[in-house]
Every structure is written in C-alpha cells, then in structure tokens.
Design a protein around this ligand. Sequence first.
Ligand SMILES: NC(=O)C1=CN([C@@H]2O[C@H](COP(=O)(O)OP(=O)(O)OC[C@H]3O[C@@H](n4cnc5c(N)ncnc54)[C@H](O)[C@@H]3O)[C@@H](O)[C@H]2O)[C@@H](O)CC1
Ligand SMILES: Nc1ncnc2c1ncn2[C@@H]1O[C@H](COP(=O)(O)OP(=O)(O)O)[C@@H](O)[C@H]1O
Ligand SMILES: [K+]
Length: 559
Amino acid sequence: MTELLTAAQMRAIEKAAIDAGEVTGLELMERAGQGVVDAIFEEWPALRRVGETHRAVVLCGPGNNGGDGFVVARLLKEAGWEVEVFLYGDPKKLPPDAKVNYERWGQTGVTIPLSEIRRSYYQGAGLVIDAFFGTGLARPLPLECSIPIRDAYINQDQPNGPRIVALDVPSGLCADSGFFLHDDDDGRNWIGCHLTVTFHQAKLGHYLERGLTLCARIIKADIGLPPIDRRWVRGKGFVPPLPVALLSSDEKQLAGLGNRLGKAKHKHHKYSHGHALILSGGVGKGGAARLAARGALRIGAGAVTLGAPPAALIENAAQLNAIMLTAFKDADSLTETLQDKRINALCLGPGLGLGAREKELIVAALDQRSPGLDPGPQTQAARRGPGSSPGLRPIVLDADVLTHLAQDDTLFGKLHAKCILTPHAGEFARLFPDFAEKLNAPATKGPAYSKVDATRDAAKRAGCVVLFKGPDTVIADPSGRCSINASVYERSAPWLATAGSGDVLAGFITGLLARGFQPMQAAETGAWLHTECALGFGPGLIAEDIPEELPKVFQKLGV
Ligand SMILES: NC(=O)C1=CN([C@@H]2O[C@H](COP(=O)(O)OP(=O)(O)OC[C@H]3O[C@@H](n4cnc5c(N)ncnc54)[C@H](O)[C@@H]3O)[C@@H](O)[C@H]2O)[C@@H](O)CC1
Ligand SMILES: Nc1ncnc2c1ncn2[C@@H]1O[C@H](COP(=O)(O)OP(=O)(O)O)[C@@H](O)[C@H]1O
Ligand SMILES: [K+]
C-alpha cells in the first residue's frame, strides 16, 4: 500500500539514510534532479528531440528545493538546452548541498537574481521549473516568487507556452496539509503547474485540499531511499506519527482487496454472510435508507432488513424485493428486534429524521448489548483487533444521526469502538466545531493543521472510526491509524458528488461490517469501492447506479 509522508517524516528518512552512511545529501539531490529530467522527457517526449532549440527557465529558492533546481538546470544544459536560472535569496546563504550545486551550475551558466526576471523571459521557453520551495516551506510564498510562476502560468495559453514543472510540491503548497499558505485572500498568490515530480514517496499535501488541484499530475522519482518501516525501527529518538495510507488502485492493493472480499464466497448460507439492519425515516423519507440497503446487499451482506415506522411500510414494500422489511413503532420494538443475534451490523442516519422518536432509536441502538452476538464471518485475528468489543454491534452513523450527536453530549458519549461516523464537511463542523475551526482558519504557517489532523483528533474524541468525506476522504481510528481515499488524478470521479451517493457509501460500509470486516477496514474498503464504482460507470452517474456497478468491480478484482 502506498504511504503518504509528512515533511518531517521525509526529513527523518533522509537523515537516517545519511547518518547510516548509505548515501550523501549530495547524491540524493543529484538523483532528485535526474529523476525530474527523466520524468519531463517521459511526460513530453517532444522535448527530447535533438536538432531543435529548447529553452528552460529555472526558478530556484533559498533551500534544498532550490538545490534540486540547480541540478535540473545543469542536466538540461548537458542535454543541449538553453537554460536561464533565477535565484530568490542570497547565494551565500544556501545550505551546503544546494551551494555545491549552485557552484557546479556556475561553471556553465549564470544565476540571475530573481528581481531581474521579466515576462519576456518566458517567450519561447518550453519549460519552467518551479524550485522555489519544497517541504521546507514555513511561511506564505513571497510575492516575488508567486508572480513569476503566475506569469508563466498565464503564458501557457500562448502557442508553445511553457510547461510548468513543480519540484516536490508546487511552491506555496504546504506539504503536510495541502493548504496554500497565504496571508491575504485576494488571490494574488494563485499558482499552478502541469506536472509535480516528488521524491521517494508522495506527501500528504498532494492528496488533500488544494493539493488536489494545484499539483495537476504527480510523478514519484525514486531517489534510492529505503521504505519507511525500516527507518522507523532504526531511527533513534524520533517518534514519527503513523504514516497515512493512500487507497489507490495499484496492483498490490487490488490483489489484497480481491482476496479479502472473496473470502466469504464459500460460506454456505445467507446468514453466514451477515445480516444488516438499516433504519429508515417516515413516509416519503425512505429513499436514502433504501439506497443504503441496496448498497449493503450488493456488497455482499447475506441479508438486509429495512426498519421503517409502521406508516411507511406500504411505501417501502412497494419498492423493495430482496430487501426485507420490518416495522419499528418505537425504540422498544428496535430493542426487541435486536434480540435476533443474526443481525450483526446496523446503519442509522440516512433520511432518519430529527425528532424525539429517532433520538430514542439512536439511544436504543447505541445502548444495545448482546452477549451471544454472531460476530459474522470474520477471522479469529480480526475478532481480537481494534473495535472488536464483544457483544456490541458495529453501527454506521450518518446524516441525521450526526446532527443528533452534535446536539446532545450524552448521546455523543454513548459512541463506542464499533461505531463509524461518516460526516461530510458540514456535518463534521457541527460535530467537531473546534477542529473544524482550526481546519478552516487561514493557513499562514507550515506545517498547517490538516484534514488528517482533524480526522485523527475527531476519531480520538469520539472513540471510534471517523470517515470525513470529500474528494479527499480521510478515514481515521482512535489509535491514529489513518488513510486517504482520494478521488483525484487517475481516480478522479467528480460525478460522485451526487444526491444520495453518501447514503450508498453508508450502506456499503454496513454491508462490509455485516460480512465481518472490522470498522476501519470496512470504512476503507467501502470508500475505495465507492470510488471504483463511480470510475467504472463514468459521468452521468446517479446514486442508484453505484451499487449496480459493484458486480463489475468485483469481477475486476477476481472476487
Ligand atoms: N528530504 C530529502 O530527502 C530530500 C530533499 N530534497 C529537496 O529538499 C527540499 C527540502 O529542502 P529544505 O528543507 O531546504 O526546504 P525548502 O527548499 O523547501 O526551503 C526551505 C528554506 O526556505 C526558507 N523559507 C521557508 N518558507 C519561506 C518563505 N515563505 N519565504 C522565504 N523563505 C522561506 C526556510 O527558512 C529555509 O531556508 C525538498 O522539498 C526537496 O526538493 C532533495 O534534494 C532530495 C532529498
Ligand atoms: N469532487 C468529488 N469527487 C469525488 N467524490 C466526491 C466529491 N465530492 C464528494 N464526493 C463523495 O460523494 C459522496 C457525497 O456524500 P454526501 O455529502 O453525504 O452526499 P449525500 O448526502 O447527497 O449522499 C461522499 O462519498 C464524498 O466523498
Ligand atoms: K517547488
């Protein structure tokens, strides 16, 4: 699985390798520069054409990102390019490796102070290299730097306008949070690029917030550093936060998921695939719960029952076939139904309603204990894992339930390790106003408080898994384990933002819980499959289409 790093984690990996004598900082910088040039030629083969004049403008900053820029300048020049290099800052103050590369570049070319840059420099330039700031950005991007990048970006519309390549991160973007650091709101600092080449591993900021649009496309250059885990064991005195997993479509991940999802297919009767109970709202309000129920059934729960108020039974009966139906007059009847130990996963929230009856249903669901509960088709190991509290049913809490929880601390206090909260940004802000306020405050200093920080904080406070929705869906558990299901780049599916799509997601997760997935695993897998369904269907998708796309996704996974 791909892991996303913070700037501090990246520095620690680099330092551990250097301290162990495996590599020098200079070698890493050389490999980074070479990786950028290779990525450029692979992305735009025409730029490699011999016999044509190619020109590049390289914009260097005062740290090691600038150092990488000097390496790129030298390598392009060696490849026959005309190269102009501009430096923001005092060359005497460059850090040691960057200074060596500044001097090496100086043997073949000149470095011009950034203050002398003019728009005319971009004319006829095929490439602009943004090497102002990388993971060391600590403050808003200076205007002296943002203006030249913006000017290059404006020039890209000209015939043969330059391609802008950002080294590590587009300058100004906080590598930890994906926020563009700024101290004003008038948009002067707006920048962009056509390609981001990052080193060793992608950073969190590439997959969060504005990183999703600013980075354009990400290529990872291998600079020969070892993977993260070995470093943590060896790194002395550095206690890293857990790395964040990126849920992607790489082969390893596909194989793992296919394996996990396929496990239950040899079970012999429907209840050995679990039984999910989804609670619905009143008359005319059942659509959301029906979408969730359809999702739970398609994802493989052996049986799904929709629980509706008596008056809404006929409406639901007219629309459901494979999904069973039962009536709940009040919380007592829910408690009674929950005596059925085969019901091993619940979903409350989609279209449920905000009244007193619904609140009592939530209390009954959260309070229920069932010592002989059928744990579903999970392994012994999974049973002992986090969230495996015996006798408690896993519950997905979405939509209206999140509003109830935000309004009532006692209710919030009933959350337990087998709950999963699935808020979108508005619901998150109601449930965790302090974390949302920190998240939404202007990001002026790096590393800025991120959606990952906010979701981890929320999971810790709630004592359960929190899945914070969006194109960058962040999922965390109270131990700090965290992953991002990003619907961007090659997994971009903006058509997933359609009414009812979140209800289907809640159903997917509930179905996986019924199948015996642990809460974190169910949330991750559900979110991942949700995006895969949207990618498979394509534009024009409506919520009803999402569950219907699952069989094709399963087929692709070999399930
Ligand atoms: N960590 C690694 O393993 C590697 C890092 N490399 C490069 O090194 C970069 C990190 O280098 P640095 O840590 O030197 O960081 P940067 O090059 O991103 O910049 C840090 C410097 O800029 C100053 N600064 C920060 N924000 C500023 C602002 N808004 N205005 C003015 N000055 C500001 C800092 O005080 C510091 O001097 C990476 O992004 C990558 O490009 C590569 O050479 C390869 C290996
Ligand atoms: N731009 C986007 N790209 C991909 N997925 C998105 C985007 N915006 C939202 N989503 C996803 O769409 C779903 C919307 O859920 P939600 O906000 O609860 O809507 P609803 O209440 O209408 O079901 C979530 O799974 C969210 O992650
Ligand atoms: K940069």
